[in-house]
Ligand binder design. Structure first.
Ligand code: GCU
Length: 336
């Protein structure tokens, strides 16, 4: 009799253990949600570049704050195409998010050129005061003219010229040089005003253009100059800092309108949070890029204030062409 009860209790115990295990496993399955949205994010920079790290941070934050309902898949290294191609696809919702250079937005929304004007900002702090104030917010909203939603600003430092054969020590040295420019009419006009010939080359092809001698030089910030290996071919970096071109995280309006208001709010918050992170990474990366280039033979040409003024003075035609109706905003920026 006693034996019978021992067997019955053992069977009951085994059944309760199995039931407990089944309950634990099924509750675990319930918490691992299948995302409602899997959205593509494009960046033309390399995997460990500050902007790409910022994008990944953004994706992780959104995933966490939506409990895994929205998953963002960051494709870097121009895997989804050039910036121009990406922006065009976003218009129709083919790509949900991107980090893009403002020159590329300005090609489609001309007023955006105001933010990229040569020698506009005194320094980085000046640019950030503008971007973080009401002017910056206004420009984030202007992207709706091209069916985009501007989410936040990323840092891209200052751009300077670099050359392969001979250093650029004064405006006159640029005479007759072929200089690579972005697909940007304002950049092309700036290079022409300095006496050189602008050659439009897509970012991923600049190294080959320098190598083949299609161009004698290009212009970019320190991290891009190093990350894309341009420093190995163009050993002369002239610190003229002609432009600060901000970068923006944007969302396709088609995708945006599919999301409910609370998710839109989360996305905006995460974009702003990732922008703070990107700026921190940027500062560190900029310093390391200068060190890396100089240790590997880059000669930095510093311009005297008088020479720098000559570069700036050469821009009067560019200002006349691109400022026109936006003079009020430009004056506001200058005084900000
Ligand atoms: C910067 C920017 C890129 C851009 C590139 C260029 O590096 O981050 O988005 O494509 O300039 O010069 O084309």
């Amino acid at each position: 009799m006693k034996k019978k009860w021992v067997i019955i209790s053992f069977v009951l115990f085994a059944v309760s253990v199995i039931l407990a295990l089944v309950t634990i496993l099924s509750s675990k399955q319930k918490t691992e949600k299948v995302p409602e949205f899997v959205l593509l994010y494009a960046d033309n920079q390399a995997e460990n570049y500050p902007t790409t790290l910022g994008d990944v941070q953004f994706a992780n934050l959104v995933y966490k704050k939506t409990d895994g309902r929205i998953k963002i898949d960051v494709k870097y290294g121009a895997e989804l195409g050039s910036e121009a191609d990406v922006i065009n696809q976003m218009k129709y919702g083919g790509i949900a998010f991107a980090r893009v250079s403002c020159t590329q937005l300005a090609e489609r929304i001309p007023e955006m050129n105001v933010l990229n004007l040569p020698y506009l900002y005194d320094d980085s702090e000046h640019m950030w005061r503008v971007l973080e104030g009401e002017i910056g917010d206004d420009f984030l909203n202007k992207t709706s003219d091209y069916n985009l939603v501007g989410l936040s600003w990323y840092d891209a430092g200052a751009r300077s010229f670099y050359s392969t054969e001979k250093p650029i020590t004064c405006v006159g040295d640029m005479n007759g040089m072929n200089i690579r420019v972005q697909e940007s009419s304002m950049m092309a006009d700036m290079v022409t005003a300095l006496g050189a010939k602008p050659v439009e080359v897509v970012f991923s092809d600049v190294y080959a253009a320098l190598e083949k001698g299609v161009v004698d030089g290009a212009e970019n910030n320190w991290p891009s100059y190093v990350s894309m290996n341009h420093y190995k071919l163009a050993k002369y970096y002239t610190l003229d800092e002609h432009m600060r071109v901000p970068e923006m995280q944007v969302c396709s309006e088609v995708v945006w309108n599919m999301l409910d208001e609370s998710d839109q709010k989360i996305i905006k918050e995460c974009a702003k949070e990732s922008a703070v992170y990107e700026r921190r990474v940027w500062n560190d990366r900029e310093r390391k890029s200068v060190e890396n280039a100089v240790n590997n033979g880059t000669e930095v040409i510093k311009l005297t204030p008088e020479e720098k003024k000559k570069f700036r003075d050469a821009m009067s035609g560019v200002y006349e062409k691109y400022c026109g109706e936006y003079m009020d905003t430009i004056n506001k920026i200058i005084e900000y």
